[in-house]
Design a protein around this ligand. Structure first.
Ligand code: PLP
Length: 408
């Protein structure tokens, strides 16, 4: 029997965390979210009495079209069906064509890197483009996980506020956030959490700003257009991608939203075809090794085989829009100050009483789970997910009505 090795570490090692500085920095960015998840129990087994408006998670059985596509994708038709899958030729070619049609831009298959959802694509973009200490401008309020992904890449998130009344992109705020270390500006449309969909005029102006700022700081600022809600829009509102306006744009997309199946990871990072050939070639070449060195972050084989079949599958967007109408009309009639979302499956507004944590706790005591705006660095606001069922909405309306007077 070998002798057990006992630690002989000197005393000054005691108490030092084995966690890297990068992981610790990422953990500080996710701390509020983790605390909310732990206290809310929203990721536990479904509680039939809880009316859950917290995250964009499914609360009904999955789409049959998704199940059928995955079943077909799981049935092997060749020896290499489950072999290592990077960005495979067939789904890449298919996606380049469908994206070209959707955005009226000539994407080539090599412009599309397949990823594990938008998370994977965003992580790929940050690692591919930034060096340690580089700065990335992110929208606030905005998705709460850009910052930890950036910290893990050794990059620094810099917040640019949206207009606090209209939630428009504030170009002055972006301009003020840019420094000689800026590498990427992130935009998100349709926007989580406000549901705003931004039009081509703002992209033209942003493109001009980024062109001038890049020249001023002497290096190229890239634009990351986070578009996972691109197909979830209401009232016939059009979608415009900044990729058609600023050549140095990368688009990230996810199937997790349109399929309402975020546990099945599939997405992509696509380079604007307007990007000059030399930059485009360098990024195309760098994507594969970046994904390999990040730990093989490609979608799994079954998802890759299912891409074509999944193209025509979607949640019922009209039903999400109808739920938006019920909640928006009811809550505003009781005095809530809300943004009428043009897309996504979220509803954003001012928390009655001005303290979203206290308001969320009060609603939780009435079995209604909402997201406090603290998670978006806007503590006086709150977010509702329209993926809650009709039954949840019906049951929660009396609590929302009473909650309109919260803190008064
Ligand atoms: N970007 C935004 C704006 C999001 O809201 C989300 C998910 O909530 C993501 C990216 C990540 O999407 P996925 O989990 O499908 O990768």
């Amino acid at each position: 029997m070998p002798e057990t090795t006992r630690s002989s570490a000197p005393d000054d090692f005691a108490g030092r965390s084995p966690v890297s500085a990068r992981s610790a920095a990422a953990a500080r960015e996710t701390a509020d979210l983790e605390a909310f998840i732990a206290s809310a129990g929203t990721f536990d087994a479904p509680d039939p009495d809880l009316n859950d408006f917290s995250f964009g998670n499914p609360h009904e059985m999955p789409l049959q079209g998704l199940v059928d596509a995955l079943r077909r994708g799981a049935e092997p038709r060749s020896i290499d069906w489950f072999a290592y899958k990077a960005s495979e030729d067939a789904p890449r070619a298919f996606l380049a064509e469908s994206l070209s049609r959707e955005l009226s831009l000539p994407f080539e298959p090599q412009d599309v890197a397949l990823t594990a959802g938008a998370f994977g694509a965003i992580g790929l973009a940050f690692h591919l483009l930034t060096d340690p200490g580089d700065e990335v401008v992110i929208p606030v309020p905005g998705w709460f996980l850009y910052a930890p992904i950036l910290r893990q890449a050794g990059a620094i998130p810099v917040e640019a506020s949206l207009d606090p009344v209209t939630w428009d992109i504030d170009l002055d705020a972006i301009e003020a956030a840019i420094t000689p270390r800026t590498r990427i500006v992130v935009v998100n449309s349709p926007h989580n959490p406000t549901g705003r969909v931004y039009g081509p005029e703002i992209w033209t102006r942003l493109a001009g700003l980024l062109e001038r700022a890049s020249a001023r700081i002497g290096r190229r600022i890239f634009l990351l257009s986070d578009e996972p809600y691109r197909r979830i829009r209401f009232d016939g509102v059009d979608f415009a991608s900044p990729a058609a306006h600023y050549p140095w744009t990368l688009i990230d997309y996810s199937y997790g939203k349109v399929l309402l199946a975020p546990g099945q990871r599939l997405g992509y990072l696509a380079l604007s075809p307007l990007m000059p050939d030399s930059d485009r070639a360098a990024l195309r070449a760098g994507a594969f090794s970046t994904q390999v060195s990040l730990g093989w972050t490609f979608p799994e084989a079954i998802m890759q085989h299912s891409v074509e079949a999944l193209e025509s599958v979607s949640i019922d967007v009209a039903e999400i829009e109808a739920k938006r109408d019920v909640l928006f009309e009811s809550l505003t009639s009781w005095g809530y100050d809300l943004v009428r979302p043009e897309g996504t499956f979220y509803l954003w507004g001012a928390a009655p009483g001005g303290d979203s944590v206290a308001f969320a706790e009060w609603m939780r005591a009435k079995s209604v789970l909402i997201l406090p705006g603290t998670l978006f660095h806007r503590p006086a606001h709150f977010r509702l997910s329209l993926t809650a069922t009709r039954q949840m909405i019906e049951r929660a309306l009396p609590a929302f009505e009473a909650g309109a007077r919260f803190g008064a």
